[in-house]
Ligand binder design. Structure first.
Ligand SMILES: [Zn+2]
Length: 113
């Protein structure tokens, strides 16, 4: 996802901001994606279980199944097959990493019940 923070970097306007503010901003936007992904795992739009890796590539501006934002040509896309229902999902590589953490938490919670 093209975050506001990245847009700032591209325009070279970072320098006015203190490091603490920057990392806070980055963390907040990461948290938004994390919440979105958690919600999609809960409502079934994203799988809860392990997926099969199909491949990596560059985006083509199509929607990410995790965050809903476009995966641009300068961003890395990962394509996976869900073992549950055999559908294919396409995610930003970053979103995949977040999903992988979130789904392992969901699995662990489910096991604890
Ligand atoms: Zn994404």
């Amino acid at each position: 996802m093209a975050t506001p923070e990245r847009a700032i970097v591209q325009r070279g306007e970072w320098s006015d901001l203190k490091d603490g503010n920057l990392s806070l901003a980055a963390r907040m936007s990461d948290d938004v994606v994390r919440l979105l992904i958690r919600q999609r795992i809960n409502d079934g739009r994203l799988p809860r279980h392990r997926v099969i890796e199909v491949g990596y590539g560059s985006g083509v501006g199509r929607e990410c199944d995790a965050c809903g934002g476009p995966i641009e040509p300068d961003q890395r896309i990962t394509v996976r097959i869900c073992t549950e229902d055999w559908r294919t999902i396409r995610l930003h590589d970053d979103c995949f990493q977040i999903w992988d953490v979130e789904r392992s938490l969901v699995e662990r919670d489910a096991g604890a019940w």
